[in-house]
Write a protein that binds this ligand. Structure first.
Ligand code: NDP
Length: 268
């Protein structure tokens, strides 16, 4: 019997998750069917209920539903609890488990695939939505020197930093508060989706800095800005595949090899 999984978002047509999970299933011999489903902006819960009623076993959740997915879950993994956002749901007989694999995916892409060491580094994290929330704790666990969360709506970044108030190397503010040079600048905003560049100062990158855009599939104004100012650019394709591998492991108890899948998508 084939087990059904899906990714829910709005928009969703651009999603590569069905290709990735089909490749994982082929590689590991798992019998699953994984689709991309458009959830209505005003009725995410109904879309999930319908999928469960039709036999769905689990789901990924993307923009703009990760906080709604957190509210929908009846229990949470520790990393989802810390993030306050959910990108992976597992439907169980007695409820819905909410997990968050974004942070593990980002850190694995940075450290294992790109060879970026985060210990002792100065990190600028742009954005305070679901994606940003999901990666804060996994980044802090790598023992950076500092993490500054910057957001267009500064209050939202400040409130987010207060959730992790035990970490004295974490602070937050608006773009006018960004000062100094950073070793890693992560774009976890939705600005690239709209072709926009957040208002960063030209001297934001330290020597040998990395610029990581969570967006994938096209060059972005942020990565063009990074190249212009001497930073090494990386898109979010590796994170996408790594967070998917972590979700696959949560659902199936099998860890796929991500390198050939990243390679396949880069060539496509
Ligand atoms: P949310 O909608 O939850 O949050 C959006 C964030 O972007 C908010 O902080 C918002 O600021 C900010 N923002 C939106 N437009 C602009 C702009 N023009 N300039 C500056 N800031 C802006 O989205 P998510 O956090 O879920 O996702 C963010 C991005 O990360 C998306 O592009 C998504 O595709 C990508 N992503 C990639 C993943 C991967 O695996 N590669 C995984 C997860 C996400 P404000 O609060 O002021 O509105």
């Amino acid at each position: 019997m084939t087990d059904a999984y899906a990714v829910f978002g709005n928009p969703i047509a651009h999603s590569k998750s069905p290709l990735i999970h089909a490749a994982f299933a082929r590689q590991t011999g798992q019998d699953i069917l994984y689709s991309a489903l458009l959830a209505p902006l005003d009725n995410f819960n109904q879309a999930i209920s319908t999928f469960i009623a039709e036999g769905g076993r689990g789901a990924n959740v993307t923009v703009p539903f990760k906080e709604q997915a957190f509210a929908l879950a009846t229990r949470h993994s520790a990393r989802a609890q810390a993030a306050g956002a959910v990108n992976t749901l597992q439907f169980e007989a007695d409820g819905v488990l909410g997990d968050n694999t974004d942070g593990a995916g980002l850190v694995r892409d940075l450290v294992a695939n790109l060879g970026v060491s985060l210990a002792g580094k100065r990190i600028l994290l742009m954005g305070a939505g679901g994606a940003a929330r999901g990666v804060i704790l996994p980044l802090l666990e790598q023992l950076p020197m500092s993490v500054f969360i910057v957001n267009r709506t500064a209050d939202k970044a400040i409130r987010l930093a207060q959730v992790f108030a035990d970490h004295k190397n974490l602070s937050a503010g608006g773009y006018a508060d960004v000062s100094g040079a950073f070793d890693l600048v992560i774009n976890a905003t939705a600005a690239s989706l709209a072709g926009d560049l957040p208002p960063l100062p030209a001297d934001v990158f330290a020597a040998d800095a990395w610029a990581y855009d969570m967006m994938y599939g096209k060059d972005t104004p942020f990565l063009a800005f990074a190249r212009l100012h001497g930073a090494r650019p990386a898109d979010g394709l590796g994170m996408l595949v790594e967070q998917a591998a972590e979700a696959f492991w949560v659902w199936r108890g099998v860890r796929p090899d991500t390198a050939p899948v990243i390679q396949m998508l880069r060539c496509a």
